[in-house]
Design a binder for this molecule. Structure first.
Ligand code: MF3
Ligand code: CO
Ligand code: CO
Length: 258
């Protein structure tokens, strides 16, 4: 069942999305060679708290961290630990916050200091694929139109989309209907309607699509060890153009400091 949001709920989801976007931007600016992923997680925990929000991930199915931090060949759901980020690493940072009862979910991959040409192309193609998908997120289209746009763009650029993890509806809970695959499935897919709020999130591998889960039970990695990237926005379907809810605030948020 797909839950449509009313104007009051949408207003709160704009705020939740703004908090998630702000945290993500701050974390991206903060990462640099020498910090551990645990440092990054602790920094994000502080920011989330300053915004009066909570991590939507911590405790979700016993997930132990505030963020997902996935380095290089790690695809998604990477755990924060003592790993020291090195110049040239790429880190997929996924931020989910619960703010006034609603969730904002957004992710991007960023280079630590700088990165190789392949990694930069991978990040560019994945971000661009997200916007190709968002462009199809209009009333009257189907979920499969979003999926197709993402898949075509990614594969047209010589990369592959992950099959085992998908985008999703989002609202009071992090994962609502419908699922939003990043590839076309040979089955009927729901029509998009105003009031739907969707997390669109291509996960793109430089090599083959196959992934596996590490023995920590969470970290998803590419089977071939090649790098992977992940970009995500929470998007509102409207009567006209899609509205990205996880964009940066036009005016600075009031932060409580100290
Ligand atoms: N934010 C992820 C998503 O985009 C879900 C993370 S679940 C967690 O759907 F438990 F790993 F945090
Ligand atoms: Co996410
Ligand atoms: Co998501």
């Amino acid at each position: 069942m797909i839950i449509l949001k009313n104007e009051r709920e949408i207003e709160v989801m704009r705020e939740a999305g703004g908090v998630a976007a702000n945290v993500l931007a701050s974390v991206c600016n903060w990462i640099q060679p020498g910090v551990t992923t645990k440092d990054v997680d602790e920094y994000a925990a502080l920011l989330i708290k300053e915004h009066g929000a909570k991590s939507a991930f911590l405790g979700y199915k016993k997930y132990p961290c505030h963020l997902c931090l996935s380095v290089n060949e790690q695809v998604v759901h990477g755990l924060a630990n003592g790993r020291i980020l090195q110049f040239g690493d790429i880190v997929s940072i996924d931020v989910g916050v619960l703010y006034r009862g609603y969730i904002g979910d957004t992710a991007r991959t960023a280079a630590v200091g700088g990165c190789g040409v392949l990694e930069q192309k991978l990040m560019d193609v994945t971000e661009r694929a997200l916007y190709e998908g968002i462009n199809q997120a209009v009333s009257g289209n189907r979920v499969s139109d979003v999926s197709r746009a993402i898949q075509n763009y990614v594969e047209g650029n010589g990369f592959s989309v992950v099959r085992e993890f998908v985008g999703h509806g989002v609202g009071k809970t992090m994962h609502e209907d419908p699922q939003i695959p990043n590839y076309v499935e040979n089955k009927p897919s729901p029509k998009l309607r105003p009031g739907m709020t969707l997390a669109i999130e291509p996960m793109v591998n430089a090599g083959a699509p196959a992934v596996e889960i590490l023995r920590d039970g969470w970290t998803v990695v590419t089977k071939d060890g090649k790098p992977s990237a992940h970009f995500e926005h929470t998007v509102l379907i409207t009567e006209t153009e899609p509205e990205i809810l996880t964009c940066l605030e036009k005016r600075p948020l009031k932060l409580k400091v100290g």
